[in-house]
Ligand binder design. Structure first.
Ligand code: KG4
Ligand code: ZN
Length: 331
């Protein structure tokens, strides 16, 4: 089934074409340069930029896939969670196209999309598995029994891991978004140099606000004057604390539920240290690890089209009064 996916939940306008779980195109227009001067996503700017980009991105996705709009048989769009103003741009476009073309429409949960991205990789997981969804807005651990069954096993009590990366980078004046910059600088640092705290050791949940405060306290003590040689050590240690917490809690969740497959997805799953440590620790424990390629970890529409195709083939249909939802817990 030719499915057009549209994603606009935050600061990426994306469109993709999928058929039978295979990606034919995956176009992403990033708004980072418009938000970076503010140190984070400005919702009003995001909505406006989505309006400017959405048709261009869809046209490009159709061109890249070599299909016409008339050949599209169904439309999948991110309905939530996310910024309502941003979501509405993709949703209104999807509804207009579905109406004009007289084809089915389905609204998709963005978190579910991140998880289903694992099925677009070469090596795909079988059910059941434990999924860590780790992004700028979410840090959730699920037991996934099938495409429709998600049981929340743990989650952050405060900041998402991506937020911890972005806020840490902000405190260190490294720019936005911080995850990529921290990932790069940390490669030259010693991850054991600074003993940052690992919170909530005995819980299934996570917490990152103490880590951020700990960095702030350290910087205040040092008067923010550290040498350029010290920066990689601080950054690598900060990143290590985030990665360790994510890894320990996810492996614990798998162990507690006797599951031997782990999926890690979402923007933070692009982190090179996370990928390296998860690979090492899971192989030591005979757990099969599935992390999508980086382009499918950060926000994209291929993951939305992929879960959309599954839902549409299952007969799921949404009506044209479908609305955007800022909060939409899975399961
Ligand atoms: O999934 P995503 O693109 O958007 C959301 O749904 O939030 O995730 C964005 C988050 C940002 O916080 C960004 O800093 C983080 O993913 N991120 C990374 C890396 N690349 C993106 N964090 C750590 N290391 C990376 N390489
Ligand atoms: Zn996302």
């Amino acid at each position: 089934m030719w499915v057009l996916g549209i994603e606009s939940s935050c600061d990426e306008t994306a469109a993709a074409v999928i058929n039978n779980g295979k990606i034919y195109s995956n176009v992403i227009a990033s708004q980072i340069k418009f938000h970076s001067q503010y140190g984070g996503v400005v919702p009003e700017i995001a909505s406006r930029k989505h309006i400017e980009a959405v048709y261009v991105v869809i046209k490009q996705a159709l061109n890249d896939a070599g299909v016409t709009l008339q050949e599209i048989e169904g439309i999948a769009v991110t309905r939530g969670p996310g910024l309502v103003g941003s979501l509405l741009i993709g949703l209104s476009t999807a509804k207009a196209l579905a109406y004009a073309l007289n084809i089915p429409l389905v609204g998709v949960n963005h978190i579910e999309g991140h998880i289903v991205a694992a099925f677009l990789a070469e090596d795909t997981p079988s059910f059941p598995f434990v999924a860590l969804v780790v992004s700028g807005g979410h840090t959730n651990i699920y037991l996934v029994n099938n495409y429709h069954s998600f049981q929340l096993l743990g989650q952050t009590r405060d900041d998402a891991a991506g937020e911890a990366f972005d806020k840490g980078a902000n405190l260190l004046n490294l720019g936005y978004p911080g995850g990529v910059v921290i990932d790069r600088i940390a490669r030259d640092g010693n991850p054991n140099k600074v003993a940052f705290p690992r919170a909530m050791k005995d819980s299934n949940d996570l917490s990152f606000s103490g880590l951020k405060t700990s960095l702030l306290t350290m910087l205040k003590k040092q008067g923010r004057s550290f040498s350029s040689k010290e920066l990689p050590d601080i950054v690598a240690s900060y990143q290590e604390a985030i990665v360790d917490a994510l890894m320990e809690k996810t492996i614990k969740a798998a162990k507690d539920n006797s599951i031997s497959r782990i999926v890690v997805c979402g923007g933070v799953a692009a982190n090179s240290r996370l990928r390296e440590k998860f690979a090492k620790e899971t192989s030591l424990r005979n757990i099969d690890l599935f992390i999508p390629p980086v382009i499918l970890c950060t926000d994209n529409a291929a993951m939305i089209a992929a879960i959309g195709e599954i839902m549409l083939k299952d007969g799921r249909r949404d009506l044209l009064d479908l609305n955007a939802v800022s909060r939409w817990p899975l399961g």
